[in-house]
Design a protein around this ligand. Structure first.
Ligand code: HH2
Length: 261
């Protein structure tokens, strides 16, 4: 059964929901709403990784994320979406049990802290990654990179490792489509697969929808497809709609037995 990770961005500038949680009370209310809708994990993020985003410092990222993690600790499974060791460490000490790492560099931190690690593939860095992403065979290159990183992390003793193809992280439109069409090849590696398709620009291109928070139906369909292909985790902004899409897709699928109610 695929788990749903609800996105809780406490940033002013995230690509689809920046500024929607300007204070602690709003962030906690949003977390509670997503949990009530069926999210199993809340992913707290204090720095946007959108193409061209300006990096923030450790102090500022901690000021945004730590109070949220402290307040939610013990109430749900928490992941911290960061590429910074001090932020990951502080948030894990405060109660997060997963490091969601788009830099794929924090495996040693996850090993030392005894927590799970989501290893995301990214070509380049957020500031420039969409300039000219290039691959020979995108599925094989991304998959092989992730398997090497995951095996390394497991050999260091990381408790649980998810591999994530990093949709939109240094990928062009066709690269994203190819990766999603071939999610089964990632599942076949035996590592649990996490996927973030929610509201991303390829959906805007497919649906001619420039406004990210209006890409809900396309996002839910894409999430249901990757769930059907065996993804362990989908990272989404629109939890209720995704739960509904996964439930219907699972009930109508010939190769799944769970999810129907
Ligand atoms: N995508 C984003 C951020 N974190 N983590 C994982 N594991 N996989 C993803 O695809 C992924 C991610 C980008 O989405 P969002 O957090 O909504 O935007 P921003 O980076 O602008 O805050």
């Amino acid at each position: 059964m695929t788990s749903i990770m609800g996105v809780l961005n406490v940033t002013p500038d995230s690509f689809s929901d920046g500024g929607t949680c300007p204070d602690l009370a709003t962030a906690l209310a949003r977390a509670r709403e997503m949990l009530a809708e069926g999210a199993e994990i809340i992913d707290v993020g204090g720095e946007s990784t959108r193409p061209g985003a300006t990096p923030v410092g450790v102090e500022e990222e901690l000021r945004r994320t730590l109070p949220v993690v402290e307040a939610l600790a013990g109430h749900c499974t928490l992941s911290i979406d960061t590429t910074k060791e001090p932020v990951a460490t502080a948030c894990v000490r405060a109660g997060a049990s997963i490091i969601n790492d788009v830099s794929s560099c924090l495996d040693g931190v996850a090993a030392d802290l005894g927590v799970g690690w989501i290893c995301v593939h990214m070509q380049g860095v957020p500031l420039t990654m969409q300039a000219r992403p290039r691959y020979g065979h995108v599925v094989a290159e991304v998959r092989d990179y992730l398997v090497t990183a995951a095996d390394r992390a497991i050999s260091q003793g990381v408790a649980k490792v998810w591999i994530d193809p990093g949709i939109g992280f240094g990928k062009g439109f066709e690269h994203n489509l190819e990766l999603i069409r071939h999610i089964d090849e990632f599942v076949a590696t035996g590592h649990p697969v996490a996927v973030g398709v929610s509201r991303k620009s390829f959906i805007g291109t497919l649906t001619d929808q420039p406004v990210p928070h209006k890409r809900v139906i396309g996002s839910a369909i894409a999430a249901a497809l990757v769930a059907g292909a065996g993804a362990d985790l989908v990272r989404v902004h629109d939890v209720r709609e995704t739960v509904e899409a996964l439930r219907v897709a699972a009930a109508l699928s010939t190769n799944q037995v769970d999810g129907g109610q």
